[in-house]
Ligand binder design. Structure first.
Ligand code: PHE
Ligand code: FE
Length: 296
């Protein structure tokens, strides 16, 4: 790689201290990727696709195939954009890394998804603390092919612009919603619990942990519960929230959040790893798959 991402400042957020990069849109420097860069993509892609069938939701896996991502080489944004444009009108734009919130919201509100152009080094295969091309492209982009999820992401961007005008606490609440849905969401299907969150599907360890470990809580989706709940950025999640369907996600986030933000301002945040009295808890079923409390 002949250029390095430009880190411009550190931002203190709910996620701790995160680097923020230059905000400009960059052309994906595809010809400059090295053989090592492509090999990193191939390794990660093949590894995830081996473990994700039966773990990731079918919407994710089918969309990934439909848009023409393969293990062979780092995809070209311009190729993916043809398929994305046809399916939902979204487009990918190249960026240096995490964007300041307002820039990010504005892109989403206009159906542009920012993708980090650089990929992690070979010694970062298993863990990198900031989003790189593999996380953004492999994890986030496939579901943008899904009309319902595509609408959710745009609405989130518009909601972000609105929350930004309301204040810090509204932004924090909305960021938590993103974290527990777009990044770390699980979905309940007739075949059992499945992953749809980008932060999970792009991590081998968390793909297994989120579904198979007894350590984390798996709790039924509830907007206000999520907005009150802190989260961890330095370990696997202590709690995952489970949607029944993408339609539920749409329905529950459709109402104006302004009164919710006002209510939340009066309430304490909840710890990342605690079950509350009225949570709907998902347990591992005795046979294959999963069941809620009521079913087993
Ligand atoms: N309905 C939310 C609001 O009024 C906007 C939103 C939609 C936020 C979807 C997140 C996801 O702010
Ligand atoms: Fe992400």
């Amino acid at each position: 790689m002949n250029s390095q991402p430009r880190r411009v400042e550190n931002l203190h957020t709910d996620k701790g201290k995160v680097p923020v990069y230059a905000t400009g849109v960059v052309d994906q420097p595809w010809d400059d990727y090295s053989a090592d860069d492509h090999a990193t993509w191939t390794t990660l892609y093949a590894r995830q696709r081996e473990i994700l069938p039966g773990r990731a939701c079918n919407e994710f896996l089918d969309a990934q195939d439909a848009m023409g991502m393969t293990a062979d080489r780092i995809p070209k944004f311009s190729d993916l954009n043809v398929e994305l444009g046809k399916a939902t009108g979204w487009s990918l734009i190249g960026v240096e890394g995490l964007l300041p919130e307002l820039d990010f919201f504005d892109h989403l509100a206009n159906r542009r998804f920012p993708v980090t152009w650089w990929i992690r080094r070979p010694d970062q295969i298993d863990y990198i603390e900031e989003p790189d091309l593999f996380h953004d492209l492999f994890g986030h982009v496939p579901l943008l092919m899904n009309p319902m999820f595509a609408d959710y992401m745009q609405a989130y961007g518009e909601g972000g612009l609105k929350a930004h005008g309301i204040g810090e606490e509204a932004l924090q609440a909305l960021t938590r919603l993103y974290w527990y849905t777009v990044e770390f969401g699980l979905i309940d299907t007739p075949e059992g619990l499945r992953i749809y969150g980008a932060g999970i599907v792009s991590s081998k360890g968390e793909s297994i942990h989120s579904l198979e470990s007894d350590a984390p809580n798996r709790i039924g989706f509830d907007v206000e519960r999520i907005m009150r709940t802190r989260y961890r950025i330095d370990t696997y999640q202590k709690t995952y929230f489970v949607i029944d369907s993408f339609a539920q996600l749409m329905r529950a986030t459709e109402p104006d959040f302004t009164p919710i933000y006002a209510r939340l301002a009066e309430l304490e945040s909840l710890p990342a790893g605690e079950v509350q009295g009225d949570d709907r808890v998902f347990h591992r079923g005795t046979g294959e798959g999963w069941a809620t409390d009521g079913d087993i």
